[in-house]
Design a protein around this ligand. Structure first.
Ligand code: PNS
Length: 163
């Protein structure tokens, strides 16, 4: 059985993330979407809220399981026995970031491998940061986040909470 692990902050989960998850789910038997913490970021949604948003957005995909973890990616990779990690890239700078992270993870775990999926061009300008910025000022984010979590994201971010 082939299993892939799609990790990310998902703060919040976007239509770009959804597209990567759908495509990754097609090329493996089991996809673990893992909500993690990136120490370089401060979050608008806590880990549990981000996990719940991913579950709502991915509920129609039978071979996808959403989990949350505050640990190291390589530890979860080994624990779940995955074949590879999957990440989406939108640009050259994303590629550089991913290459750096993959090399560090490979040092920690020689079995570690990553599959990079190119983001669909019409979704490549969407990021969680853009969603937070637009929503904060009351803009329309319906084309940026999955319909299942739109209200939840709007309610939280439009109340003027810090970005
Ligand atoms: O969506 P992001 O913020 O780009 O995802 C980055 C994430 C969460 C996958 C990365 O920061 C991560 O793997 N965090 C878990 C802790 C860890 O293993 N850090 C070492 C990465 S080299």
């Amino acid at each position: 059985m082939t299993s892939l692990l799609f990790p990310g902050s998902f703060d919040p989960f976007t239509r770009g993330h959804l597209n990567i998850a759908r495509r990754a789910a097609k090329i493996c038997d089991k996809l673990y979407v893992v909500v993690m913490n990136n120490r370089k970021k401060t979050y608008a949604f806590d880990l549990e809220e981000r996990v719940n948003m991913c579950k709502l957005a991915l509920q129609d995909l039978d071979n996808v399981e959403v989990v949350g973890s505050d640990g190291l990616l390589v530890d979860l990779f080994k624990e779940l026995g995955c074949n590879a990690v999957v990440r989406g890239i939108r640009s050259e700078s994303d590629y550089r970031y991913e290459a750096e992270m993959a090399l560090a993870n490979k040092l920690l775990c020689p079995d570690y491998d990553v599959t990079l999926l190119l983001c669909r061009s019409d979704l490549s300008l969407i990021s969680s940061s853009i969603v937070k910025e637009v929503a904060h000022y009351g803009g329309d984010i319906s084309g940026m986040v999955p319909g299942e979590i739109l209200k939840l994201v709007e309610d939280r971010l439009m109340k003027g909470r810090p970005l």
